[in-house]
Structure formats: C-alpha cells, structure tokens
Design a binder for this molecule. Sequence first.
Ligand code: BGC
Length: 369
Amino acid sequence: MRATGLANNTALVDLAHRSHQIIVTHQHAGGAYPASPTFSAYAGYAWFRDGAFTAEGISRYGDVQSANRFHDWARDVLVDRRGRVADLLDQVEAGERPSHEQMLPTRFTLDGLDGSDPWWDFQTDGYGTWLWAVAAHADRHGQDLYRWLPGIEVAVDYLTAFWDLPCYDWWEEHVEQQHISTLGAIYGGLTAAAPYLDTIRAAATGQVAGSIRAKILSEGVQNSHLTKWIGVTTVDGSLPSCIVPFGVVAPGSPLAASTLDKIQQDLERDGGVHRFRADVFYGGGQWLLLAALLGWNHAAAGDSEKALHHLHWIAAQQTLEGALPEQVPTHLLAPGHRQEWLDKWGTVATPLLWSHGMYLILANELGLI
Ligand code: BGC
C-alpha cells in the first residue's frame, strides 16, 4: 500500500534527490557503483550485492540510463568469466569440488577485474540479487532484457551449480554455514530470470528454485520464524529480504509476520536495525539499509505508518552534507569493540551508496518519489 499525502514532505524528498545525486556522481565511467568511494577498505571496489540494490533504487527513481550502465557493467563482468564458470562446471561434472579460491569473487575493481587485496570472497547472494534487480529494472522501464542475457546466463549456470554450498553471508562472515538470506537471494534471482531462459536452463532453474524454497521452509524455520542460518534459532536483519523482494515467503503470511515481529523484537530500536545480536563490527551499530529493508517489508504488508517511521529514522542519520553512512553508533551492541575498527579502518563508510539506494527504494515504496 502506498502512503498518501506525503508528497509535500520536502526534507524527505530532498534526501531522495540528494541520494540520486550522490550515487550518480560516484558511478564509475564504466558503470560500476563503488560501495563507498572514500572508505579505506571499500575504496576502488564494487559489490554485486550493494550495486544491485543501489541500481534498484536508481531504477525506481527513474534514472534508466544510470541503472542500464550498471547492469551493462555487471553483464560484462560475468561474460568475462564465462570460461571460468565453464571450468568450474566441468570440475563438478568430473566429481570434483572446486576450492573457494576458484569461485567467483564477491567484489570487483571498478574496471571489472578481480581485486588483489584479500577479501572474504566466496559469497553467492550477490549474483542472485543482481538477477532479480536486472529483471525488475527491465520490467519496470520496458528495457529489452536480452541486452543482459549473456551475463544472466553465466550467473544462472553458476548459481544452479553452487547454490547449495555453504559460503560467506551478506556480512561476509561464517563461511561454514548455509545462510537463509543467501538462499533467499538466489531463489529470488533464479525465479526472476526463469522466464527469459532457454528451455534447458529454465528447467534447471525451476528445479533449483523449488529445492531452495523447500530447504528454507524445512530447515530455515524455528519457532515459526526464519532463522539466520540452518540450525540456529536466532535472526538476522537481512531476513526480511526473503519476503520482499525475493518472494520465498508471501508478504502478510504467518511466517512473514512472525519473522518481521522477531526482527523487530530482537534487532530494532527507534526505527534503526542491527545486523544480528552478536555483531561486533564497529561496535554493532544500527544499519540504515536494514531499516529501509524492514520498512519496505512493512509497506508491502500494508503498514505504511511503520514504513514511514523507518524512513524518518534513516533521514535523521544523514550528515550535514546529506550523506548516509553504513551504520550509526546508536544503541551499540558491543561498545567495547568500536575502537578497534576505528583504529583499523577509520570512520564508518560514509556515504555508503547501498544506504542511499535503499532510501530511494523505501521513498518510492511510500509514494514520495
Ligand atoms: C558489509 C557487506 C557490504 C560491504 C560493502 C561490508 O562491511 O558486511 O554487506 O557488501 O561492506 O558495502
């Protein structure tokens, strides 16, 4: 449901314009969206996960060309690795299990190369998120999806072969686990891509999507809510994505409602949302993009008042220049760990383009843009 009568809320709309401006100002000439242009550990790199959500925000804002350029970049990154994915599939065919080092990276240089700095690189969710985002964008603006099909096919082949492997999660942690939000992103991506694929790929995709959903529902639910990974009872702030946008769970269903309730209870305070209770990164602050994700889910479930509460909270976190950080140190979960990250990597990533992209999504969901 869309909120009405909000269009005059000038400050919120101004931040949407500012968000668009920040994102496009930093977009690389080749189309990549850098995660955070000046932050020490992210500078010079673009993630599929961050970029896909950022492109969704930009697409909803109506900047078709900027989103097209990002999707072109992502397609080219994948097409350049078509041979590498074919080799990986050959290994699987031969009964071998490729090492994590052989898998596709999580982040790329802005020129689309593998980076040379060590990173927590084996993460599959970003490829699923990209498939979902490119299909949503093409559909929204009547773009010809076949422009991106060569890259889509590489991502589909990769994900249908490797969806079931434990890997690092959205937060680049716990490589030994199967994370429900990762599985959700792959499900959402494969489902979105399926209608555009040849019959062989479409059949494989349908089968894998069915297996993912069955796995999540049988192994990723405890006490009537989704769980952070298989085998625990805790939640993660990324889990609402399994409802909206990835559609594993129907919005408004009992499982969706109790998952959102549990997240609100365990991770939300005053409109801000933590990643998970045990978070120590920068002391475990509240993340703007997760507040937007929760708000987006509330909007989809018809509760625009709660959604607006999250939008206001995000807007209140902007710097004097109108930049949105990754997280803010309100209600720190592990204050004793904050300084070690400040010493290691400096001030929290600001602006984080993903925060701005998610703000655009929620602002659009609420009818403000
Ligand atoms: C986060 C990731 C994110 C990356 C770039 C990391 O600190 O855990 O989710 O993709 O930063 O923004």
